[in-house]
Every structure is written in structure tokens, then in C-alpha cells.
Ligand binder design. Structure first.
Ligand SMILES: Cc1cc2nc3c(=O)[nH]c(=O)nc-3n(C[C@H](O)[C@H](O)[C@H](O)COP(=O)(O)O)c2cc1C
Length: 332
């Protein structure tokens, strides 16, 4: 058992990534009930969505005090800077065990979060993000490598998970002992959990693998495609953020399945930025028709380890057993 698992009374050192619009109340509560940290994907801070999904999670586990202690929410920091109504609603109406901030400076929101009693979790993408997160008061650091699904640092500014985890672990041991470290990016089974622990992490955060569950809010057809695609099938770029009119800071981009529309534009990003209208119309028609050769599926390199769509509790149970087995194998 790691300190991180003890802190949140977890049965396995695993956190659900707060995936915007995908990690809703059903998935977060199922993870919390199964003994993992369940974070609702507050994402861009839509008040109505966050309030509905967080309330659903609370309703699902209101009779289970241990699970309530494993429930929290995540937000995108640069978006909170524009509108923090969802964070304010959450703190005023609930007692989340943890609130996670990613993608931007966490310090403007940290005091509100710490005063609420929630543990602050900060996701980082390079070593230079780490002192800021500690200064903000983070109890948990998520070191995200560029293998990760969804948003993360660009290939140029980000790091690979395997070398990033131990470097962050060493920095924390020297400068901020007592802070917990989670590895994220490309971890999708017990072998990955065991590897992260061996590299010095106190646990892991999984997005892609838990996206591919029955409770995730993504469309069933998208989940089917994910179960059939191998690990060569994704790419990072700004293509889908431009097509979706998301105004992301340039140090971040988005890993998704490399579909036809991505291939068409991935080597012409400047052209797409300068004249996006035609491509946007194409994308929006794809979205209306659920045509996944055009609309995005945000997912990481671990897609190659995902071959089925299970319920979250069964999956978490399997991951726990696989982790024990992998650790025994290494130990033996
Ligand atoms: C569909 C999707 C949406 C995501 N949305 C968010 C988000 O809103 N906020 C956030 O902090 N991280 C988000 N992430 C990234 C996760 O926090 C996490 O770092 C990542 O999923 C870990 O890598 P993995 O996908 O290989 O497990 C998202 C990931 C995916 C796959």
C-alpha cells in the first residue's frame, strides 16, 4: 500500500483522470466505489454539466462513506481563469476529497481549494511546472508524459513518461517530501502500474483505459473503434483544437486517433489556422453524422492495450490483480 492509497483509503493506487465530458458522475462514482480515486471531468468548467454530473456521483455513493472520501473533480486552469463558477459551485455545495488542476498556473485557485479542505492535485508536463505546483500547495503531483490521451504538452515541450516519473520522484524526495506522485500517460494495465511504482511513483492516473468502460459518456461507436485500433493509431497535434474552436495555449496539443481529417491537415497546421472555415464545416458535418473519419476520438498510445469495453469495477479489479502479479514477478 502506498501513502497515496492510504491517504484516500484506496484499494489500489489508481486515480481516474478527470476527462472532460467523458468522466461523468457514473464513471467517477463507479471508480470510487471500486476503491480508486474517482475524479469527475469538470474540464472547461461548464457549470450545468459539472453540477449535474457531480451531483449524480454523490447520489450514487451517498450511502458509502469510504467511496465519498474518494470522490473529487478536475478543471482546466487556463479556462478557470476566464470563468470559475463551476469550481465555486462545487466548493459551496460539496466536500470533494480532491480537486485537480491541469494546464496552466494553479496558484490563483489554490487557496479556495485548500480552504475547502480538498487535497489539491496538480498535473505537470515538464520539470519547470513542479515548483509552481508545490508553491500552490499540491498534495499530489501527476507527472503526465506525452503518450497520454487528450490534452498534454506538445512533443517538443513535453516529456516521455518513463524518464519523467523518476526525475520528478527524485525532485520531490529532495524538495517536497510528503507530496505524492502519480505517473500518467500510456499506463493501462497492472504492468504499467507496477512499472510506475518501480520508477518511484506512489500511484497512477489512467485516462484512456478508463475511458473505454461502459460508464464513460463517450459514444458506443467510438468505444468500438478504440477497442479495434492498435497503439500506432494515434497522433498529437493542434488539428482538433483548431477544428473545435478551442483556444488552447500553444504549449499544449491533443492526442487522438489519427483519422482521415487529421491526416489531411497534420502537416499543414499554419494553413489550417489561417483559413479553418472549410475544414471546420467538414468536421462539424462529421460530428453531426458521428463519422469518425472526421470527428475526433481523444485517446492515448495505450489504445493498443485496450481490446474490450468492461465496466469500471471489473476493470479496476483486474488491474489490481495484474499489479500484484507483476510486482511478484519482478520481486521473484
Ligand atoms: C478523452 C480525454 C479527456 C481528457 N480531459 C482531461 C481534462 O479535462 N483535464 C485533465 O486534467 N486531463 C484530461 N485528460 C488527460 C488525463 O488527465 C491524463 O493525464 C491522461 O489520460 C493519462 O494518459 P492515458 O490517457 O494514457 O491514461 C484527458 C484524457 C483523455 C483521454
Amino acid at each position: 500500500m502506498t501513502g497515496f492509497a492510504e491517504h484516500f483509503d484506496l484499494k489500489t493506487p489508481l486515480a481516474l483522470a478527470p476527462m472532460a465530458l467523458a468522466a461523468g458522475g457514473a464513471l467517477a462514482s463507479a471508480c470510487a466505489k471500486a476503491g480508486a480515486l474517482g475524479l469527475v471531468g469538470g474540464g472547461y468548467g461548464d457549470l450545468e454539466w459539472t453540477a449535474r454530473e457531480y451531483q449524480l456521483a454523490v447520489d450514487n455513493i451517498s450511502d458509502d462513506a469510504a467511496a465519498m472520501g474518494r470522490l473529487g473533480c478536475g478543471f482546466i486552469s487556463w479556462k478557470l481563469a476566464e470563468d470559475s463558477a463551476a469550481l465555486d459551485w462545487l466548493i459551496a455545495n460539496h466536500k470533494p476529497a480532491a480537486i485537480m488542476l491541469s494546464f496552466g498556473d494553479p496558484r490563483p485557485f489554490a487557496k479556495r481549494i485548500l480552504d475547502s479542505g480538498a487535497a489539491l492535485i496538480c498535473q505537470i508536463h515538464s520539470l519547470k511546472d513542479l515548483p509552481l505546483a508545490i508553491e500552490a500547495g499540491a498534495k499530489v503531483i501527476v507527472a503526465q508524459g506525452t503518450e497520454a490521451g487528450g490534452h498534454g504538452a506538445t512533443q517538443d515541450s513535453g516529456r516521455g513518461t518513463f524518464a519523467f516519473i523518476p526525475e520528478v520522484a527524485d525532485w520531490i524526495a529532495a524538495n517536497a517530501p510528503g507530496t505524492y506522485l502519480l505517473g500518467a500517460g500510456g499506463i493501462a494495465d497492472g504492468r504499467g502500474v507496477a512499472a510506475a511504482l518501480a520508477l518511484g511513483a506512489d500511484g497512477v492516473m489512467m485516462g484512456s483505459r478508463l475511458w473505454a468502460t461502459k460508464e464513460c459518456l463517450a459514444a458506443p461507436k467510438a468505444k468500438e473503434i478504440v477497442a479495434e485500433t492498435d497503439g500506432d493509431g494515434t497522433a498529437r497535434s493542434a488539428v482538433f483544437d483548431i477544428l473545435r474552436r478551442k483556444n488552447w495555449p500553444g504549449i499544449f496539443d491533443f492526442r487522438a486517433i489519427r483519422n482521415d481529417i487529421h491526416r489531411e491537415w497534420e502537416n499543414r497546421i499554419d494553413q489550417l489556422k489561417n483559413a479553418p472555415e472549410g475544414a471546420r464545416a467538414d468536421y462539424e458535418e462529421g460530428a453531426r453524422n458521428k463519422d469518425y473519419s472526421r470527428v475526433h476520438i481523444g485517446i492515448g498510445e495505450s489504445i493498443g492495450l485496450i481490446t474490450d469495453i468492461q465496466d469500471a469495477a471489473t476493470l479496476i479489479d483486474t488491474i489490481r490483480t495484474e499489479t500484484d502479479r507483476a510486482l511478484q514477478r519482478i520481486g521473484g
